[in-house]
Design a protein around this ligand. Sequence first.
Ligand SMILES: [Zn+2]
Ligand SMILES: [Zn+2]
Length: 270
Amino acid sequence: MIDSHCHIDGEQFDADRDAVVERARGAGVAAMLNVGTGDPRTDDFRRAVAVAEKYENVFASVGVHPHDAKLYDYQAEGHLIGLIRSSEKVIAWGEIGLDFYYDHSPRDVQIEVFRRQIRTAQELSLPIIVHSRDADDETVEILREEYSRVHADEGVRGPGIMHCFGGSSRMAEDLMALGFFISFAGNVTFKKAENLREAARVVPLEKLLVETDCPFLTPVPFRGKRNEPSFVVHTARFLADLYELPFQTIAEGTTSNFKRLFGVDVQATI
Ligand SMILES: [Zn+2]
Ligand SMILES: [Zn+2]
């Protein structure tokens, strides 16, 4: 299994990062994608890449989160591109997108920076990691526009991942039509998340990924505790029950989707 989206470079893991990675491996998590976030004028992204460099089968992604879109400029872009060139472990651009729930950056700036980062990722041939909250229609519209210009030839990697999926089944279908993978986090296990389970039912195994988004969104039965990559197993198990498929099928299917999307080779540990 693979945790397709985690934030283990954060200070919440400073005290026990080695043990967290070890526990994930012990639980059958073959690889993790550590998504860098923060202020592009600081060392935040360098730290995310350093964690990927340190551990085997931990990869990294860099991109400016919609919260910080107001900090994105030419210099930030150069910094991120430099980090991508500095390490083979950086395999994606993100997380990028729109967050109209918190509105930490003005919406017009979020939209402009989202488009700009999509185009840069396309130039670099990198899949993107998309974040969308309370902006589902706008997100789909932008992705449709930006990816209809690009022809997905056979063999070209998919456009990317809709991470921590929180939209409708219609949104999932629209995104899959564009070639996106749909990644579910621990919130799909929450009691009140019937709408998410409804969306999960339209996602075929070939388009499915699982993630923790740790340290946030701890799945049942650990809700309330700090989340960590080993807990992705609970989300995968939950989805296996939902799809009425063996756990092993979900684990293998999501692992091979990740490898196909990013063109990386990871040996499964289960
Ligand atoms: Zn996110
Ligand atoms: Zn995240």
